[in-house]
Design a protein. Structure first.
Length: 633
């Protein structure tokens, strides 16, 4: 499902609450039924045959219709039906590839179990085309497709034909790609085009496993243009493969990172009883009125709170569960110091900061609790005392600090998502309107540090009230124009982002002028001088959607007569964005040539030189809630 489904469901539930209890609902193909008291519709399992339902279920009429339309055939989306059938065939290929324990098994495995996947006249070039080495550092190599070679041809222009050719192309991919076996295989259909004779699909492919060389690991990322026979069967046959892009990453020797969670916190009761569980676990156990976030928006802060030179961690938790303070010991393990810290809040908490607010040399604590900012003073040992509470105009999802007015102390900017709840459209059930360019969310707030633990709301006076209700997720301060003060970039969830240029403490939103509005589902932002030219560049986490890329390019996907709106939704599905700072107040979108768009459903991203080569790399946290994988992202 694409992201908008969540909000459609919310809208359906909201509209149903307004229905008269005597109003009758009608579902196509079924007789009218009426339920007393709530105006809800009883939907039988037969009505939603593709869903796994048992017994009698009551669903609001529009929501029932939405469930029914999960089956693309219900409203004529033949392309989506076909993409689902193609995905099923590719999943068979993935499953069989993972069974292979060595290249000598490939021919027998594929001939016996996967020959029926392709047509008798199947043809393709080499699936591992000619590559160039583009990166080599200690234990790490990256090879990429040489675009000068025609994609249908192999290194010598060979064309593989028939079922045997399909087997040979797979053998060549694994052997020359350096894969000794496949432990992970994933195929994603990101585009589909149907004609009377055949269908073409763009398929994103990721294969990884142990390298042929001892102790190595290889990952292959490639994009195929696949052509399929357009028969009436729900099992389309692959007629040809065209390689559009190819990359292989080879790690020689030991892996770059090792899982250390159990080693450092596994013995803590707070970990075993609280943080070892996902969102779904707590949604079944915490009362709904406490507002457990479906997406689990909960942050953390890192800093040395007891002055021993070791970094400690403060973890935000679900409403009804305590936030935790973990102190690092000299052996690298952590102890739970929550009790007695004064920071064991039970309220909804999604963001925290560890920083010196009063300039006394120790690290204080700022916690965002729903619509309030709690400021806590550190006594130097990791014990905190509440000193002030400030109200935020919007529900706080993250915070960022800088001395924006250059008076010697740190000021706080809060990102507001939902409004204050006084207006339904601005409250807990706020709908972004319009979805791709909303400005009806909760307002962001700038709190100016006046000293003595007093903070003043300077949002309006500073100019940060401009374009300020865009469902903000994240913000980062940086002097992007090299004039000596801190500017601010804000990533917003539904449409345009903000770049606020600081001029002596007064801000102007120059995102449109600078070319960095990045109209997408902005979730995080980071600054780095990527090309080392002295100007800070931008990377924004958005959301790559296979479903969005497929659907928004179909003729059936129309939003009135506005081509610009359709283009906006297409942009929404593209993924993450990299902007290069040109040094003249303008930025260039280099996302696609940089190869950084497809990071799946991306939430947070940071720049870090993880291989110590003096160049900033990007680490992206992605995924969604811990429920069963639907296969969408």
């Amino acid at each position: 499902m694409w992201k908008s489904t969540l909000f459609l469901a919310g809208g359906f539930m909201l509209s149903a609450c307004k229905e008269d209890s005597s109003e009758k609902e009608t579902v196509e193909g079924d007789e009218t039924r009426e339920e007393s008291g709530a105006g809800v519709l009883v939907i039988d399992e037969a009505d939603l045959g593709f869903l796994d339902l048992s017994g009698e279920h009551k669903l609001i009429g529009p929501l029932a219709d939405a469930y029914r339309r999960l089956n693309p055939a219900e409203d004529g989306w033949e392309t989506e039906t076909f993409s689902e059938n193609v995905a099923s065939q590719l999943n068979l290929l993935a499953a069989e590839l993972k069974k292979i324990e060595g290249l000598n098994e490939l021919s027998d495995k594929v001939n016996s179990s996967l020959g029926d996947l392709v047509t008798s006249d199947f043809r393709s070039g080499m699936l591992r085309p000619q590559v160039n080495e583009v990166l080599k550092s200690e234990g790490l190599r990256v090879n990429r497709f040489d675009g000068s070679i025609p994609p249908m041809a192999g290194a010598k222009g060979e064309v593989n034909r028939g079922q045997d050719g399909f087997v040979f192309a797979l053998e060549q991919l694994l052997k020359e790609g350096g894969l000794g076996a496949v432990t992970h295989a994933k195929f994603k259909v990101s585009h589909v085009e149907v004609t009377d004779e055949r269908v073409s699909t763009r398929v994103l492919v990721q294969l990884d496993g142990p390298s042929v060389s001892p102790s190595g690991i290889t990952q292959v990322n490639t994009t195929w243009n696949c052509f399929w026979s357009n028969n009436d069967s729900d099992q389309p046959l692959l007629s040809s493969i065209q390689v559009l892009a190819y990359e292989e990453v080879i790690k020689d020797g030991k892996t770059l990172f090792s899982e250390m969670t159990n080693a450092v916190v596994g013995d803590l009761d707070s970990f075993r009883e609280q943080f070892a569980y996902g969102v779904d676990h707590w949604r079944l156990r915490i009362p709904s009125h406490l507002g457990v976030a479906v997406t689990g928006h909960h942050g953390l802060a890192v800093g040395d709170v007891n002055g021993d030179g070791l970094e400690d961690v403060y973890l935000c938790a679900e409403a009804g569960l305590p936030n935790r303070l973990l102190i690092q010991e000299t052996n690298g393990q952590f102890r739970d110091a929550t009790k007695g810290s004064g920071a064991d809040w039970l309220d909804t908490s999604t963001s925290a900061l560890i920083l010196d607010l009063d300039n006394d040399g120790d690290q204080d604590l700022v916690v965002g609790l729903a619509w309030f900012v709690v400021l806590m003073e550190n006594d130097g040992s990791g014990r905190f005392t509440e000193r002030s509470i400030c109200e935020s105009k919007g529900q706080i999802l993250s915070m960022a600090v800088a001395d924006y007015d250059q008076d010697g102390d740190l000021d706080i900017f809060t990102c507001g998502y939902q409004g204050d709840g006084k207006d339904l459209r601005q409250g807990a059930l706020a709908m972004p309107i319009p979805f791709h360019d909303a400005n009806n969310g909760g307002a962001n707030t700038l709190l100016r540090n006046q000293g003595a633990w007093k903070f003043e709301d300077e949002t309006e006076r500073s100019g940060l009230d401009e374009n300020n209700q865009r469902f903000s997720f994240s913000a980062v301060w940086e002097d992007y124009d090299n004039d000596g003060d801190s500017d601010l970039y804000v990533a917003n969830d539904f449409g345009r982002n903000n770049l606020y240029q600081n001029n002596n403490g007064i801000f102007t939103d120059v995102a449109a002028i600078a070319g960095v509005e990045d109209k997408a589902a902005g979730m995080s932002v980071g600054w780095s001088d990527v090309n080392q030219d002295g100007h800070m560049d931008l990377y924004i986490s958005n959301m790559f959607s296979n479903a969005g890329n497929r659907i928004t390019y179909q003729n059936q996907f129309k939003l009135g007569d506005e081509a610009a709106d359709t283009a906006a939704f297409q942009r929404f599905a593209r993924g993450n964005t990299m902007f290069q700072n040109l040094g003249n107040g303008q930025f260039a979108d280099i996302s696609e040539p940089a190869g950084v768009t497809m990071a799946r459903w991306a939430w947070g991203s940071v720049f870090a030189d993880f291989n110590n080569d003096s160049l900033d790399d990007i680490i992206v946290a992605n995924g969604f809630i811990t429920s069963t994988d639907s296969g969408d992202l």
